[in-house]
Write a protein that binds this ligand. Structure first.
Ligand code: NIG
Ligand code: FE
Length: 418
């Protein structure tokens, strides 16, 4: 089966250079795309495709095995990639918003029985079917706002059995026709389970959880919450080094509430991505850049928690490599990358192309597609994942935070209903 898309409006392809600029990333109206077997085969002038396939006038036509779609000048952008989600958890922590308004900090809420520990208890009590359904609904919601691939962390299990179960349920949700594909991360080091001390838990992570994860070959990466009050720099390094020795890629949560040295460790280890990083000092950001470490900014967290925004102007001026992701979790309950882009563009002064690049071409570097195909770009040989904007300007995808800016998403070469 072949699909041909003609009369595309502005095409944000990112196919011409690794350093996105308006000149080299957005191609003028009039191109067409041919897709076969989940792969973009050809991008060329729409009229040439109309002649080649003898496409009649009309929005849709089927010519033998070739389905043709006239996009009538609508803009097209790559399938979006969410490089940081806590996809699977059960329970509801809505009451914490009242506690926060009463002045309680994240750490105080945790000590009152809320926070990650509460979600761990609720998640352990949920059965596999309930978790699978929650995951499926969340993936469908992510697709609705244009996400075609996302990273999903475990981390609400905090013991061998529960962490494995979260990764197994996530794997069952992977590679379905109507949901984004998944890049799996083990995050046993998300918190210290109740009744255990941090040193004995670090031992458990390295000597029990990690070997079980590796034996089942069920995660590509490991992640650690490196933050004062959770895992120290030394403890984080122990878990990350052991994970690297077992062949896992490394990700980190760093400097979310304070500069606790997490960014510096990320630079020393050369991890793939160090996320949050709101309090990372500029000299450390520059070291991270030198070591090839991506920064994953998660604007939904300060949005949800009322914390300070990072100064994005400095970061852009210093060419710090960064992505944007949702950090979907019990406090930050949105999977919408267009919303993240809107926050950055409409509240932090970011250029819209920079925001779109941060959830597509840049995110592909830290969150590869399971097929090994390039994605986050629209190019010949890339995965056929792209979004048809509900309008003729690609910029409108960063200006519609409350609804999906896309009229359709092509996932693995097929129209996926929203
Ligand atoms: O990335 N900071 C650590 N983990 C999550 C939040 C987890 C939670 O509060 O349940 C995050 O923001
Ligand atoms: Fe997170």
């Amino acid at each position: 089966m072949r699909s041909v898309f003609i009369n595309i409006g502005p095409l944000v392809s990112f196919r011409k250079s690794s350093a996105p600029s308006l000149e080299n990333s957005v191609e003028p109206s009039g191109l067409g795309i041919v897709v076969e077997e989940g792969e973009i085969k050809t991008i060329k002038d729409s009229q040439e495709l109309i002649d080649e396939y003898s496409i009649p006038e009309g929005r849709h036509s089927l010519i033998g095995e070739t389905a043709c779609f006239d996009l009538e000048g609508h803009a097209v952008v790559p399938g979006l990639i969410d490089g940081h989600t806590h996809l699977l958890w059960a329970g509801d922590r809505s009451k914490e918003v009242s506690w926060r308004r009463e002045g309680k900090s994240y750490a105080e809420i945790a000590s009152l029985g809320g926070g990650i520990q509460y979600t761990v208890q609720q998640t352990r009590e949920a059965n596999d079917e309930a978790l699978h359904l929650l995951g499926y609904q969340r993936l469908r919601e992510a697709l609705r706002t244009g996400t075609t691939h996302l990273e999903a962390k475990s981390g609400y299990g905090l013991n061998v059995e529960s962490e494995l179960r979260l990764l197994e349920v996530a794997e069952r949700l992977n590679n379905n026709a109507h949901t984004p594909t998944i890049d799996h991360t083990w995050m046993g080091a998300h918190d210290i389970p109740r009744g255990q001390n941090v040193d004995s838990y670090v031992d458990e992570l390295v000597s029990e959880q990690l070997p079980a994860i590796v034996e089942q070959n069920i995660a590509r990466s490991a992640d650690v919450f490196c933050e004062p009050g959770w895992f120290s720099v030394e403890q984080s390094e122990t878990v990350l080094q052991a994970s690297r020795n077992e062949g896992l890629a490394l990700r980190m949560h760093v400097d979310e509430f304070a500069d606790g040295g997490g960014g510096a460790l990320a630079a020393d280890l050369g991890v793939e991505t160090a996320d949050h990083a709101y309090h990372t000092p500029m000299d450390v950001r520059l070291k991270m850049k030198e070591s090839g470490v991506n920064t994953g900014f998660l604007p939904g967290t300060p949005y949800a928690m009322g914390d300070a925004w990072p100064n994005m102007d400095e970061i852009v001026d210093e060419s710090i490599p960064f992505t944007l992701a949702s950090d979907f979790n019990p406090n930050c309950r949105t999977l919408s990358l267009p919303f993240m882009c809107s926050l950055m563009v409409q509240r932090c002064g970011m250029h819209p192309l920079q925001a779109v690049a941060a959830v597509s071409v840049n995110a592909a570097r830290t969150t590869p597609h399971p097929s090994g195909m390039p994605h986050g770009i629209i190019a010949e040989g890339a995965a056929a994942n792209f979004n048809i904007v509900d309008g003729v300007h690609w910029e409108s995808m960063v200006l519609q935070p409350s609804s999906s800016p896309f009229s359709a998403t092509v996932l693995n070469g097929q129209f996926a209903s929203h």
